[in-house]
Design a binder for this molecule. Sequence first.
Ligand code: AGP
Length: 610
Amino acid sequence: MCGIIGYIGSKQAIPVLLDGLKKLEYRGYDSSGVGIVCSSTHKLDLRKMHGKIHNLEKLIKDKPVGQSSVGISHTRWATHGAPNKVNAHPHFDCSKKILVVHNGIIENYEDLKRTLIQKGHKFVSETDTEVISHLIEQNYNGDIFEAVKKGIRHLRGAFALGVICSDDPEKLVAARVGSPLIVGIGNGENFIASDVPAIIDKTKKIIYLKDGEIATITRQEVLVHTFAGKQVKPKVNIVKFDVDAVKKQGYAHFMLKEIHEQPEVLAKIIKERIHGNRISLDGLKLTEKQLKAFKNIYIVACGTAYHAGLVGKYVIEKLASIPVSVDAASEFRYRDPIIDNKTLIIAISQSGETADTLAAVREARSKGAKIISICNVVGSSLSRDSDGILYTHAGPEIGVASTKAYIAQIAMLYLLALKLSSHTDKISERARLEIIKELKTIPSLYKDILKTKGLISKIAKKNSHFGCFLFLGRNINYPSALEGALKLKEISYIPAEGYAAGEMKHGPIALIDEYRAVVCIAVQSPTYEKMISNIQEIRARKGKIIAIATQGDQTIKKHSNHVVYVPRTLDLLTPLLVALPLQLFAYYVSVGLGCDVDQPRNLAKSVTVE
Ligand code: AGP
């Protein structure tokens, strides 16, 4: 998704803006641009370029802009109009006194554009964003704050905006509805950004702008008003992680670093949330009475978070005996779900900004449901739309392919299920204690699995020529199969499908021949024998088998071309373990194929538009 950086201070703006844009690259983009207020003339100037930020850097080097300490910049993930120089942000108004950068989608931009053209405005791009520049111009009477306030009233849809104006050269204006935007507070300098990692090396003092707020930012002051013009006192948060969290620290890719962070991420969750044998879910904000009253649960999420939700279904139903249904958020919001005040919604989102998940939550809330969210980004939109928020505190996840956030989401679901189980007699206290005890061992088991990365790399190399992969799992590892397939396809671009192994004979077995590779999750479980049968059916048709199995299992070797072992644990907890070899397999296949592991084509880290 698009990224925004703005700066006002005493330094040269261009290096600050470009540095910030580079830290936003992981969000996904296809063009970029900067706009500045020239210090000497106060005129606005801009440079924009298609492709990667180094193309923009080269343009600025070849064709420098004037000295400036005030500017805005943008990485664009094309929604309206091709990814080219003309459509890249920032966008001028007719007078060239106003420049705008925007993240989001303006749903009524065509009507607005038509009206503005009738009023004499001239457009140069195909974007929805340019409408905002001309709308602000249409409402401009010498006060850029007032013009922005009046202009955005006409907008429908989601937007995070950065605005500069040559008549008011010592000011940035920012506004947001539905797309994230933060204000960074420095010493004699201030910033706007789409998210914290972009400016964490500049300041840890952050204001998370809320929907419907406009910030007017000078070097010394940040004023925040509602769209209605009421001034509000913004909360200044101190970010808990530091700049190292957004650096690769010697790893070849952020994804590899984040895979290796998983033992610490899980250990931290356990330390923060399990005290002795007591589960502490600070942020839940629902009373025991409220928790007991829920008769059904919907889990809503997208992508990897959706797969975590599927694991959550198995766990919550097993431990707490409450019916759980799991929906892709994009489907949930349109299927008119049956919801009442006895319904609990669990929304899962790493970024807390996924448009479909936010919309699903709003739909559920409008029907009287209570919302608990599992989220990794503090202050995100989702955290503000929820009754209870369980932060995973996994640290910034920069790789587009979600890894540590996934296991953190699953871990949080185990803890929530254990909490809910205390209201039923579905499992004994002894069983609860055994799960808690075993959960505490997983971080060290992770370290054992990470030691097998050399083997996994070899298996990846030997199998990356296959044109298509099938991932099979049963019961609680059916979601693991879906997640393994998503990991592979999104960073290697190889078609990969996750399937319930029991469904093989209902269709997918037609795919099997000597040109197919099948990843089978065959850890010790009540359905192990069934999985062995599936593997034999595949082998009988010359399919290649890559098995994920439990340490000590010799049987599996007879049936598989390759075996990756994970330590033994409770069947219920195996999704936490099998995730790692599947992540590493996808990673090494992608690297072997020379794909852009951290910023795979067409993808964005946070899908903030529908
Ligand atoms: C997963 O690797 C992908 N990056 C994607 O499917 C992601 O999980 C999905 O877009 C949901 O993102 P969220 O967790 O930030 O809501």
